[in-house]
Design a protein around this ligand. Sequence first.
Ligand code: WT7
Length: 633
Amino acid sequence: MMLQINSLSQYQDEYRRSIEHPEQFWAEQAEHFEWHRKWHTVLKNDFITPDVRWFEGGRLNITENCLDRHIADKGDKPAIIWEPNDPTGPSISISYRQLLAQVNQCANALRSMGVSKGDRICIYMPMIPQAVVAMLACARVGAVHSIVFAGFSAKSLSDRITDTGCKWVICSDYNRRGAKDIAVKEVVDEALSLEPNLVEKVLVYKHTNKTTCWNPELDVCWQDIVPLMPEKCAPEIMDSEDMLFILYTSGSTGKPKGAVHTIGGYMVFTCFTFINTFQYKNDDIYWCTADIGWITGHSYGVYGPLLAGATTLMFEGVPNYPDAGRFWQIIDKYRVTQFYTAPTAIRSLMASAWDEPDKYKLDSLKVIGSVGEPINEEAWHWYDEKVGRGKVPIVDTWWQTENGGIMITPLPGITDTKPCYASYPLPGVQPVIVNQDGKILEGNDVEGLLCIRFPWPSVVRTTYGDHERCRTTYFAPFPGFYFTGDAARRDSEGRYRIMGRVDDVINVSGHRLGTAEVEDAINSHPEIVESAVVGFPHPIKGQGIYAYVTALHDVEDKEKLIREVLQVVTEQIGAIAKPDKIQFAPQLPKTRSGKIMRRILRKIAEGAPEQIGDTSTLINPECVQDLIDGCEL
Ligand code: WT7
């Protein structure tokens, strides 16, 4: 196994070494994998253009490292344990040997459908093993997967299919979530009708025995072809810097961008960070609750654990079905050793069933993790006491879609933990805090903007089809650094605390949304002239969505228009983007140049109008009081 840090002094030594000799450090980690040809250059370090390349010249296939490599000594070990939505339904255990056979069959099916190296394939699937099989099958044949979270709307799906030029879609017929079955194949059909002629084939896994709409020209039934394929499939040998996947994520402007991750660096970094952050040991049963539609599901549901030869648990359902003890019941059922979830889930279970964990043993847990948004102090303590029973370290892991893997986290049992603190950078990660002018704030007890000053192996390489956007978003703000978009403080002992986004991105239940995106969706309603969206503190979601909207005419039936606005947002983006509060505003506060003053709107939505401050630069300062009076809190 690759380097696993097991003491504080070793962390300090390895951290120092990874900073002083990053190329040597990462080359050593990369040696633990199987390469068809070794790299000639460890790192091309251009953090300006940017043009970062890791292990260039190296040739490999990541699925050989996830699967084939483990067969000799772990062939019969479960790779995936799947727990269905319905607690009375049968669970499934898939060994490494079986998973390899299934991936190969699916890969052969993809090749038979004409897929080859470099093609993009869209995956729109629920949390079932076939979703992992589909991902790895793409990687096996050198195709690039672009997974779209199955809660996104037909319009969002269509936008992503168009942006990546996917000619194949892999989906299910229905998704089971709690008491509901969701007809996702219908969403796919609708997406394809928005942009006809782009997609050549849709591979549909029939997950239920319900009937579904069928288009014989396009649709291929998974069960009709995949199981008939040979169980061996020669992997496509790829370059280290070939694309592995595209994953869309929201920014402060425009449409979501496709973050591009490449094979070699992503492989090394996700495996290294998995082994260390979770202190993974051979017989562990590891469970990450994230959906494969998000980066956490990619890196710590699938790639990290499989690269490490771990058993990864996959859960189809939701935290509160059939009741709020579902997570705790699953932990006891499989004797889960590492549990990784999001603060929003913790807060909602805490709010709905405070003492529920008391009914379970939870004594198998060794590490519990949090990811995706700041975990507030109360939730941290509840997680610590009720789930960890005061003896299991919490890893509050900070990272981003564009980072590929965990960047800042405590190491359980090795470094200390402190509520609200993601704590210390992992080896190879060089965070700096800068002020608005880009000056590095040295020393401790400082607060400012969080940047990373040196490439790590899985830094985003580009945004698909628009490299300039990648440069301007992440690399131009502070030349020579990667800019995270987050504010952070470093405490007196060097621990990092993430303070939240400094741009127009809001984090709703751990999901990133651009305010501009939500505004565009709202504005597509014919009755809306303009809108401004801001985040506000929300007890469960972390941040809620507050929308100020200006209607074209006097609003007679407010309730009806609100329903329609929610509907249009659900259609354009998905239910996750629905505003929690909508306030009708005849005018929005604007500067002389016509810019909406969001700072003011944010303060009103936060319930802190006394902090609004100077409004003299507005052309319409008189509207501010009306907005305060009409606030929907
Ligand atoms: C943004 C990234 C990759 C994780 C899933 C979300 C926020 C993430 C933490 C944390 C405070 C956090 C940041 C970051 N965030 N983890 N432990 N503490 N904030 O990935 O959708 O790319 O969002 O989530 O604001 O920039 P994402």
